[in-house]
Design a protein around this ligand. Sequence first.
Ligand SMILES: NC(=O)C1=CN([C@@H]2O[C@H](COP(=O)(O)OP(=O)(O)OC[C@H]3O[C@@H](n4cnc5c(N)ncnc54)[C@H](OP(=O)(O)O)[C@@H]3O)[C@@H](O)[C@H]2O)C=CC1
Ligand SMILES: CC1=C(/C=C/C(C)=C/C=C/C(C)=C/C=O)C(C)(C)CCC1
Length: 322
Amino acid sequence: MARRNVLITGCSSGIGLALAVKMARDEQKRFKVFATMRNLAKRAPLEEAAGARLGKTLEIKQLDVCDEESIRTCVNSIPDRRIDVLVSNAGMGLIGPIECQSIEEMKTVMDTNFFGLVRLLKEILPDMKKRKSGHIVIISSVMGIQGILFNDVYAASKFAVEGFCESLAIQALKFKLNPYKLHHKSLIEPGPVVTEFERKVFEDGMKMDLSAADKETAEMFTNIYLKNYKQIFQSLGQSAEDVAEHTVKIILAENPPFRHQTNTLYTPMTTLKYADPNGDLPIDIFYKMVFHHDKVFSASLNFIKLLRWRSRKSFDLGKPSQ
Ligand SMILES: NC(=O)C1=CN([C@@H]2O[C@H](COP(=O)(O)OP(=O)(O)OC[C@H]3O[C@@H](n4cnc5c(N)ncnc54)[C@H](OP(=O)(O)O)[C@@H]3O)[C@@H](O)[C@H]2O)C=CC1
Ligand SMILES: CC1=C(/C=C/C(C)=C/C=C/C(C)=C/C=O)C(C)(C)CCC1
């Protein structure tokens, strides 16, 4: 099979960087990776991780998903504009009470996470339709399925992504865009992942001016959400490399599902969404976990953290856990 051109957005850090390097290092050399980032001054970590693959199976290009001209210039620079696999990964988070966030900040999140994908597809989808081939892989989130306390606008941006893709997927099936697969679109839905995203969101949350919120809301954000934030990432968090591994499996799968959740520790929570068409179940359970059973919730997180630490330790000793 010919080498597939893969364009990935947001490769300066995190999932994008890990995925670009993993695909560029493919032993069977099945991919030519165009690893893009909005600010090329941030290319050093990717260059270092790519090592000898740089200039061979991996090329770095500038692309800002909020700038149509930058997307067009990047796509035009690829031979025959041929993109076989597009990975829409660039994104940003935003946490806190909405009273303390400006509409401008919220628009930046929607512009990056949702309109960024729309701009990419407006440029790339027509070529895929003409060729009747192509696979679009979107790094969505568990928050594309389920809202989480103090993530209102971020969750809305990922819900928008999911609704957009679900609608387009029906049309795409008609064009049989992917000759190897039934679906030509795949939504990857990670839970918490330990990346720059986590650090930036937490730091911004800690610095947030909470004076526009009432006392109870401000305390809820500081003493419940921010206080537990690190623990949630330590207990349930995946690594960027882990999410990259899931993503490559989906790209190579014969018949990948439309949606793929990467974190089995998180699936019991997202399952609540599908279990109750009235929508009350997940809201009720999340409410109870946060406000009534916070000690049990926190103890469970600690227990999971301990189990994961022990299983890693026994792997380190060359003795896989049972
Ligand atoms: N970390 C997590 O817990 C989870 C993350 N996700 C999703 O995964 C994706 C990747 O995030 P992650 O790797 O964790 O976080 P990182 O912050 O490490 O990476 C985000 C990447 O997106 C880039 N980016 C932001 N805005 C733009 C833009 N306008 N144009 C091009 N690139 C841009 C960043 O570039 P720059 O360095 O210039 O800012 C960076 O390269 C996001 O879509 C996120 O929503 C989903 C579930 C969980
Ligand atoms: C599990 C859980 C919580 C927090 C979840 C978090 C913080 C998830 C973060 C997901 C991310 C960062 C996805 C990115 O796209 C709450 C609401 C505290 C209480 C209820 C159970």
